[in-house]
Design a protein around this ligand. Structure first.
Ligand SMILES: NC(=O)C1=CN([C@@H]2O[C@H](COP(=O)(O)OP(=O)(O)OC[C@H]3O[C@@H](n4cnc5c(N)ncnc54)[C@H](O)[C@@H]3O)[C@@H](O)[C@H]2O)[C@H](O)CC1
Ligand SMILES: [K+]
Length: 540
């Protein structure tokens, strides 16, 4: 994997970034030289963006008191010398030394400086936001906060340097107020705050500007196993499509059991089955209430449909597997979509078995009712839970806030339950009990529709069953950035790749059919085209 692809997987906190930077400076790189380098890279990217888009006219450069402002001033100077119209506004009374020098030079070469943000807004066509970066420490109040609100009310396109000014580098929280950017160009390494759901409304289109941080410095600060990673296409390419030996048979390619559906939620069973089918799993068995069997057979003729006794309301009342089959015959079992709470005895039974389990929807609600921690700590096999924030709160009332502190909460939940926990959201986060958290960095709100999660459960179940059957699934989470892969796929990496695949299918469907066109059934048709494209990329 080349350098750029490796660093795209790394996520850092403000402190870690400062420590990495500190090593670079201690090794002899002058601070001013790094700012110069970064500023020029940003200027180059701006010129590319101006040419590629309809953004035109005078660039208004917002300059803050620290080195984020310094970066912005290097950009102003570079654009000025390249013949672009540029103006600056630096509405502060004190600046850091390097920033002061750049400000003085910018004025000396004739770059127009406006005293107020109103004036800048009146004379410019696009804005470059260099007010604050990772040094923002306090809530923004007074004239700075007012200026940011005025900037947001203007309809000018905004490019934020490093972070939209006002966002907390780690939590992504707007500290009082924050710039609502159209583009955010994160410097050097991805900052955690940019991967938080709550930050998304401020970030716009995010990309990383690489400025050659040595991998050795990243490794020295983060250790061999960084605790947060971005799920990138590279992880998917390393995992998908799951390799098959030339001589094999269906049971060697994984046998997945889905337990899902009820009279009330019949469609959920079909969607889960279609998600599983797209995973390529060798054998797919689907346990549903007896009365749903004809429906499922018609939709999934390739699956073995197991009709189970049902309650008066049409939920599975007990699991009735075919003769000579028991739960241990499956490589993985995914349970939950559309079950209703009446299926409690079945979920209870499945939780006691010694197979890898994926629990979703009513599977999670039933687990919460049974007692999450006491139930899961009795399990010897692996468990993956896939809650959204509401289910998470019911499962883990003491693990922190799955809305306000998603990363902290999911990490705590995995640690106390010994399960892999996938917290759904705009930036789905996947935590392994050993502390690793993966974040899926791209998705679309088009996926916020009934049945979308059922597709994910089936897809993930199919991938896990195949890896389990091939015996190349590792229990411990390992982060592969700094090591050669040993060809073992970790359970949290598979769950992460499933989330990535699911959201990429959503993005693809949205681009063909608009944000309204990504119903869960349609989504299932977009799963395999995502992998076909990966294969093309991977073979290049
Ligand atoms: N990461 C790198 O290797 C590089 C980073 N660069 C850029 O530098 C900034 C970080 O610079 P720093 O000076 O540390 O912080 P800021 O520019 O974000 O601003 C801090 C500045 O603002 C004052 N301040 C903090 N909070 C408030 C507040 N609420 N109200 C008013 N003033 C506030 C604080 O006292 C400081 O003076 C990074 O993001 C990059 O853009 C380098 O240029 C290249 C290498
Ligand atoms: K900024």
């Amino acid at each position: 994997m080349d350098r750029q692809k490796k660093i795209e997987q790394v996520v850092v906190s403000a402190q870690q970034m400062r420590d990495i930077e500190g090593r670079i400076f201690a090794a002899g790189m002058p601070v001013a030289a790094l700012m110069e380098k970064v500023g020029r890279l940003i200027a180059h990217r701006i010129v590319e963006t101006l040419h590629a888009t309809s953004l035109r006219g005078c660039a208004g450069i917002l300059v803050g008191p620290g080195h984020n402002g310094g970066d912005a001033l290097v950009v102003a100077r570079e654009l000025h010398f390249q013949g672009y119209q540029v103006a600056i506004c630096a509405p502060f009374s004190k600046f850091k030394e390097l920033t002061t020098s750049h400000l003085q030079y910018a004025e000396s070469i004739g770059i127009r400086r406006y005293d107020s943000v109103e004036e800048l807004l009146a004379h410019c066509d696009i804005l470059i936001d260099g007010l604050f970066g990772l040094g923002l420490e306090r809530h923004l109040t007074g004239s700075v906060a007012t200026a940011i609100d005025q900037i947001n009310q203007s309809s000018l396109p905004i490019i934020s340097i490093d972070l939209p000014s006002g966002l907390h580098t780690d939590t992504g929280e707007a500290l009082g107020t924050a710039i609502r950017a159209n583009y955010t160009w994160c410097l050097g390494l991805w900052k955690l705050g940019l991967l938080q759901d709550r930050a998304l409304e401020y970030i716009g289109n995010a990309e990383l500007i690489d400025f050659d941080i040595p991998l050795a410095d990243i490794q020295a600060v983060l250790g061999d196993a960084p605790s947060i990673g971005r799920v990138t296409k590279e992880l998917a390419i390393a995992t998908l499509p799951l390799r098959r030996p030339p001589v094999t048979h269906k049971y060697k390619q994984g046998h997945l059991l889905l337990i899902c559906g009820s009279f009330r939620y019949a469609g959920g069973a079909i969607l889960t089955g279609l998600g599983a089918r797209a995973s390529g799993v060798g054998m797919l068995s689907i346990a549903v209430p007896e009365s749903l069997k004809p429906l499922l057979v018609a939709q999934l003729p390739d699956a073995l449909i197991v009709g189970c006794p049902e309650t008066a309301a049409g939920a599975i009342s007990s699991l009735q597997l075919p003769e000579n089959t028991d739960l241990n015959d499956f490589d993985a079992i995914a349970v939950g979509p559309g079950l209703t709470i009446e299926a409690t005895p079945t979920v209870e039974q499945v939780l006691k078995c010694d197979r890898t389990l994926i629990l979703d929807a009513d599977g999670l609600n039933i687990l919460a009712k049974l007692g999450t921690i006491p139930t899961l700590t009795q399990r010897s096999a692996k468990t993956i839970l896939t809650p959204h924030a509401g289910e998470f709160k019911r499962l883990f009332p003491d693990a922190g806030d799955p809305v306000g502190d998603r990363i902290g909460a999911v990490k705590a939940a995995a640690s106390i339950s010994n399960a892999v926990v996938l917290l759904k959201g705009a930036r789905t986060a996947i935590a392994h009990p050993t502390g690793m958290v993966w974040i899926n960095p791209e998705s679309t709100p088009a996926l916020a529709r009934g049945g979308s999660g059922d597709v994910l459960t089936g897809l993930m179940g199919g991938l896990i069953a195949q890896a389990q059957a091939a015996e190349n699934i590792a229990i411990d989470s390992t982060f592969e950035i700094f090591k050669q892969s040993d060809r073992q796929i970790t359970i949290d990496a598979i769950a992460s790749v499933a989330a990535w695949w699911h959201s990429q299918a959503g993005i693809k469907a949205e681009s063909d059919r608009s944000v309204m066109g990504v119903d869960a059934f349609t989504l299932t048709h977009y799963l395999l085209p995502v992998v076909s494209e990966l294969r093309l990329v991977g073979s290049n």
